[in-house]
Design a protein around this ligand. Structure first.
Ligand code: ADP
Ligand code: MG
Length: 381
């Protein structure tokens, strides 16, 4: 891309903008208000409101059928919602047709034209916009260089690997330098190694180009890796909008806690300002949410095995090891609490620690520091 190629590689985005006077208004904020879309009895989108900041990489994360694609199609203009409003910057666009929205999009299926060459595919949005021929050639070349496909222009789509096709789809989405980029599960068809690599590449591309990006995935790790913020979607509603770290550490409800990472949930009761588990008051740093349906959420990697006398500053749980699994980089311990609840812990495997791996039947003490003692709203949404 012209903007991107201008940027000296040793400058970050902010510096580059200042030095090169790149218009940081190039990106646009997106304001979604009360958008609803029904298909018969199905609420694909149920009163969705969401603000995407200018230049942000925001991910819609949710299970299959939760409404992610529908929301992206509404943003692109291919789906008209039943009601609600949509602004790009100050401009209301809900009635604006797709080609006038200045939005680049990659589709879940890539949707490349199989009978065209790479050049033909990437140049398509420019031909649609009646850009002169020689400029098309130049910009296509730049876009291909940006996605590291320089020299592939004359190949046919069926001569490309999955990863290369995916890059062609990205090149086609960015070739007309849209101010907003939408990507619908662009990596889901790739194998894991390539997916991991492309996650980093797409992230770099976003840093280079700086366009407001809405990215869709059902893969929680991908979302955590790539995003500035994540909106967790379920049944056409936004369950929580937060940074990856806040989402993982402070999920708003049980659905989010379950969907992102693994956890053990224990029922706890409130007694005045105290929170009790099995009659014992828990120590915690962050006050619990105001609900009667409280759960203690325990992430497997936040528990430590106490040997000898457990630290009095932590919450300690006596349990019996029921399963111990060596997994190379770590071990998994399943243990049963006296009340019958199961708790899962992940321990580090290092030379000295391996010796600490318990065996089945051992009585263990599991410790949870107050800062890792997270109390969440137990309701599903
Ligand atoms: P996701 O992308 O999160 O998997 P979608 O947005 O594709 O979910 O779909 C959300 C819900 O809307 C699903 O229940 C789906 O079956 C339904 N849906 C989506 N598009 C249509 C359509 N064109 N006609 C009927 N139902 C649809
Ligand atoms: Mg989808």
């Amino acid at each position: 891309m012209r903007r991107a190629l201008l940027r000296p590689p040793h400058l970050n985005r902010q510096q580059a903008r200042t030095v090169l006077s790149i218009d940081s208004n190039g990106a646009l904020p997106i304001t979604i208000r009360n958008v609803t879309k029904t298909y018969g009895p199905v609420h694909a989108l149920d009163n969705v409101s969401l603000d995407v900041k200018s230049g942000e990489f925001l991910t819609l994360l949710g299970p299959s059928g939760s409404g992610k694609t529908t929301l992206l199609m509404v943003l692109a203009g291919f789906t008209r919602p039943d009601c609600g409003s949509l602004k790009f910057g100050d401009r209301e666009v809900i009635r604006t047709p797709p080609h006038l929205r200045d939005v680049g999009m990659t589709f879940q299926s890539y949707a490349l034209f199989p009978h065209m060459t790479v050049n033909g595919n990437v140049g398509y949005p420019l031909r649609l916009r009646k850009v002169p021929k020689d400029e098309i050639a130049r910009r296509v070349e730049e876009a291909l260089a940006t996605v590291q496909l320089a020299g592939y222009g004359n190949r046919r789509i069926d001569q490309l690997s999955g990863g290369q096709r995916q890059r062609v789809a990205v090149a086609r989405a960015i070739v007309f330098e849209p101010r907003i980029l939408l990507m619908d599960e662009p990596l889901s068809a790739l194998d894991k190694k390539l997916r991991d690599q492309m996650q980093i590449e797409l992230r770099h591309l976003h840093e280079q180009l700086g366009m407001t990006t809405v990215y869709v995935t059902h893969d929680q790790r991908e979302a955590l890796t790539m995003s500035d913020r994540i909106a967790v979607v379920n049944h056409g509603r936004i369950m929580q909008l937060a940074t990856p770290r806040d989402l993982y550490e402070r999920p708003a409800n049980r659905f989010v806690a379950d969907f992102i990472g693994e956890s053990t949930f224990l029922s706890v009761t409130r007694q005045g300002k105290k929170v009790l588990y099995e009659g014992k008051a828990l120590k915690f740093d962050t006050p619990p949410p105001d609900t009667d349906n409280l759960l203690l959420m325990i992430r497997p990697e936040r528990i430590v095995l106490s040997s000898g006398r457990p630290a009095g500053t932590s919450n300690n749980f006596k349990a019996t090891a029921t399963d111990v699994v060596y997994q190379g980089d770590s071990f998994l311990l399943h243990a049963r609490l006296p009340d019958g609840n199961q708790i899962v812990m992940r321990g580090a495997v290092r030379g000295d620690r391996l010796a600490q791996m318990p065996t089945v039947g051992d009585t263990v003490t599991l410790s949870l520091a107050p800062e890792d003692t997270v109390l969440i709203d137990g309701s599903e949404d």
